[in-house]
Design a protein around this ligand. Structure first.
Ligand SMILES: [Zn+2]
Length: 314
């Protein structure tokens, strides 16, 4: 049984004696969705559930170990113990109740130290797990096989910290080279897919912000690519101008480039695309204006369908 010397030993029984041995090949990080000390986490594992992690880390970086790292702990579903005898070492960390807060600097320091010790003690390779069974380092939501029905754990802010601070910190502190086979972290984007068949009248030469399901098409993202597809009726030769813009919380905005489309006989089908990064608190919206061929023409264009499609990264 291996016990990390930097942790307070709070051994869980009967699990510590009863559960099977593993050969640890992975380290998986979690948020416990509670602002708990390691002692409180220990009491929860002991008294309230038959699940458990190997480690608990409080906001102040304090650390306890509940089970030896060569014994199975039940925090990561299929990764806990595999038929070939390997398994994952798990750490639960204090967080807010929604697990949306970042790790504190003290937590980051402790997580790096545990990660370095696991590399030295168990030879866990310095790479991010490429598959659910691949030896290396990861966080709970990285692979679907690590949770019973999907999870957001440890939360967006902490996934970013894992990529930018914790994993690079473990590699640097372990004095090793990042495994050359380690891929850059791939993040699955969120999808934008909204449709409306509501009719919208576009009076000439007025910018109108479209509502396609919602006005704020993308919120809470860091970057995106989006397209507005419009079906509309207007006089042939009329000109549509469209642009995406970023609405800031203080009411100001950033305007994207204008794209022009010409109206044709019958229905017109126009598309407008933009890709970019978004500052914190900004939302992405789309607006359009219609110019008929004659300044004397006051008839509106009529949008009969609108789709917003895209991908965004939080
Ligand atoms: Zn988790």
């Amino acid at each position: 049984m291996a016990w990390y010397p930097g942790a307070q030993k709070l051994e869980l029984q009967p699990e510590s004696d009863a559960q099977e041995a593993i050969r640890p090949t992975q380290f998986i990080l979690h948020s416990i969705a509670a602002p708990w000390t390691p002692q409180r986490t220990y009491e929860y594992w002991r008294d309230s559930t038959n699940l458990e992690s190997h480690f608990g880390v409080g906001f102040d970086g304090s650390c306890a170990q509940f089970i030896g790292t060569q014994t199975r702990a039940d925090a990561n579903y299929r990764a806990n113990a595999r038929p070939d005898g390997t398994g994952a070492v798990s750490v639960e960390t204090a967080s807010n109740l929604d697990a949306t807060d970042p790790w504190t600097p003290a937590q980051i320091e402790t997580l790096i130290k545990i990660g370095v010790w696991l590399h030295q003690q168990h030879d866990i390779p310095l790479r991010i797990c490429r598959t659910a069974d691949d030896p290396g380092y990861g966080y709970h939501r990285l692979h679907a096989a690590w949770s019973t029905s999907g999870t957001n754990c440890p939360g967006d802010a902490r996934v970013q910290q894992f990529r930018e601070a914790i994993f690079p910190g473990i590699v640097a502190r372990a004095g090793g080279q990042r495994d050359p086979q380690s891929p850059q972290e791939t993040v699955v984007p969120f999808a934008l897919g909204e449709y409306t068949g509501a009719t919208l009248s576009l009076p000439p030469n007025v910018w109108t912000t479209l509502t396609v399901g919602r006005q704020d098409l993308i919120s809470g993202a860091q970057s995106y690519t989006a397209t507005a597809f419009l079906t509309l009726k207007a006089k042939p030769g009329g000109v549509l101008q469209g642009r995406f813009y970023h609405q800031k919380a203080d009411g100001s905005r950033w305007d994207g480039p204008i794209v022009e489309r010409i109206c044709t006989e019958g229905s017109s089908f126009a598309d407008f695309t933009h890709a970019g990064s978004i500052s914190s608190g900004e939302t992405v919206r789309f607006e359009i204006t219609y110019a008929p061929t004659s300044a004397l023409d006051t008839a509106p264009a009529t949008i009969t369908a609108a789709r917003a499609r895209g991908l965004y990264w939080k």
